[in-house]
Design a binder for this molecule. Structure first.
Ligand code: F0G
Length: 459
């Protein structure tokens, strides 16, 4: 019988290292002021621990670097393409695989083909680029996550689930205007929370009853499948790869950012079964991304992704990945910091509304917390709240449903001592929460404003 040890170790050792640049608090104050108090505008060299995103920021494996050497850069029909296509179809057996340079390019193509004024696209929660691409086509994006998904503190094993009754109502009333139903696994904007297999089955059944295509936004499919393996009755004995195949079999297609679970620094795809839709998507692909056997990618990228996909579903990796994210979240919760509960897969989400009740939502409490984490400890996070979601297509500004600050964990990149440092920084900022002040937006771009907005602190 194996002894059960408490410490979850990284299931790898380090093979090549990157230096981190130490900065002082006064250097960081200058840097963040110059960046207009927007963490996206910092130079990455001025960041010590970069938890801005888990997208494209992970470490590639020895075997991925080796695969890159096999990259064949033929314009059409490269062997690297066929390896990539086979690896994708092994987990996601859709008829058509359309490679793109990243997830939003797949979204742009899909919603150009299917969206348009008067249309409605339901999702559990649209990610920001997904919402922006739906809205750019003239369609409405509606979020239908279950009620529990709106309460940061409430415990629920599958807080990313779609509200099936609400979906049914939308399809009943507006079914003719719904070109596709999306489901984001895991639900990034709602706390990185998983969706159960039972819920995926439910969404699939409803969509097919109304004759509406059902697509997964599947960036974090492996993390979602691990949660199903761990939490869903009857799923604990299954291979994660097998759960992933069942998730795919319930859908008619998917969009993918391969910068997440497939361990890519770049990449994505659109996959689907419908031949006519695939043809119009391929025609759009050729206009902006490239020929259908490389999309927006180099042959070497296709190789790295094919290898990455096989690593993403290893149980030892996923056990470490999900436990190490929980390690950060549980330590913060034990220290009295309000976090979205339970802890999600790729990130810990701080509840800025609960931590900073004295800051009005329109003075951006999440932004205030994010800036403070950088100023005090050089940790970069991202606001997921009113800065990101507050501006509406009708021009109004309204508080977002939640004011979160996401600490996203790049895959296989930071060690436990880096995370222990982050715990110290967040705890120290939380201890001085009452002294934090809100912000005013002084420059606002027309779409996806959080990327390039500029702010000034309120006195
Ligand atoms: N869908 C989800 C759920 C995402 O999290 C992302 C990206 C995308 C689509 C778009 O993919 O970046 O490759 O174009 N999320 C990153 C993040 C940027 O930080 O959460 P992309």
């Amino acid at each position: 019988m194996d002894h059960q040890f408490r410490t979850i170790i990284e299931p790898f050792r380090i093979h090549s290292v990157e230096p981190l640049r130490m900065t002082t608090a006064s250097e960081r104050e200058v840097a963040i002021r110059a960046a207009g108090y927007n963490l996206f505008s910092l130079r990455a060299e001025d960041v010590l621990i970069d938890l801005l995103t888990d997208s494209g920021t992970g470490a590639m494996s020895r075997d991925q670097w080796a695969a890159i050497q096999h990259g064949d850069e033929s314009y059409a029909g490269s062997p690297s393409w066929f390896r990539f296509e086979a690896a994708v179809k092994d987990l996601f057996p859709f008829r058509h695989i359309i490679p793109t340079h990243q997830g939003r390019a797949a979204e742009k193509i899909l919603f150009t083909a299917l969206g348009g004024p008067g249309k409605v696209v339901p999702n559990n929660t649209h990610f920001d680029t997904t919402r922006a691409n739906v809205e750019a086509s003239g369609a409405d994006a509606v979020d239908l996550v279950i009620e529990e998904g709106h309460d940061p503190a409430l415990d629920h094993p599958f807080k990313g689930n779609m509200d099936l009754a609400a979906l049914e109502r939308v399809l009943e009333e507006r079914g003719r205007d719904v070109p596709v139903v999306m489901l984001t696994v895991t639900n990034n904007s709602g706390g990185g929370q998983p969706v159960s297999l039972e819920n995926i089955r439910g969404v699939s059944e409803i969509c097919h009853r109304y004759g509406i295509p059902f697509f997964l936004d599947a960036c974090r499919f492996a993390e979602n499948a691990w949660f199903i393996h761990e939490r869903e009755p009857g799923q604990g004995e299954r291979e994660v790869a097998d759960i992933v195949r069942e998730m795919a079999s319930l859908a008619d297609g998917m969009t993918m950012s391969a910068k997440k679970d497939p361990f890519g620094n770049i990449g994505g795809w659109l996959a689907l079964n419908d031949d006519a839709l695939a043809e119009s998507c391929r025609n759009l692909l050729i206009l902006t991304e490239g020929f259908p056997t490389y999309g927006g990618l180099a042959g070497r990228d296709l190789e790295a992704l094919a290898q990455g996909l096989s690593e993403a579903v290893h149980h030892d990796y996923l056990r470490y990945r999900i436990r190490s994210t929980a390690y950060l979240g549980e330590a913060l919760r034990d220290a009295g910091v309000p976090v979205v509960w339970p802890i999600g897969g790729h990130a810990v989400y701080l509840d800025a509304k609960a931590l900073l009740p004295h800051i009005d939502p329109l003075a951006y409490p999440g932004q205030a917390l994010s800036v403070a984490l950088y100023e005090l400890g050089g940790v970069r996070s991202v606001e997921i709240g009113t800065v990101m979601f507050g501006r509406h297509p009708d021009g109004s500004e309204q508080p977002a449903a939640m004011e979160l600050v996401r600490l996203a964990i790049p895959r296989r990149t930071y060690t436990q001592s880096h995370i222990d440092y982050v715990i110290e920084v967040v705890t120290a900022v939380a201890e001085r929460a009452e002294s934090l002040r809100g912000y005013r937006m002084v420059h606002e771009p027309p779409a996806l404003r959080h990327f390039t907005a500029r702010f000034e602190p309120l006195l």
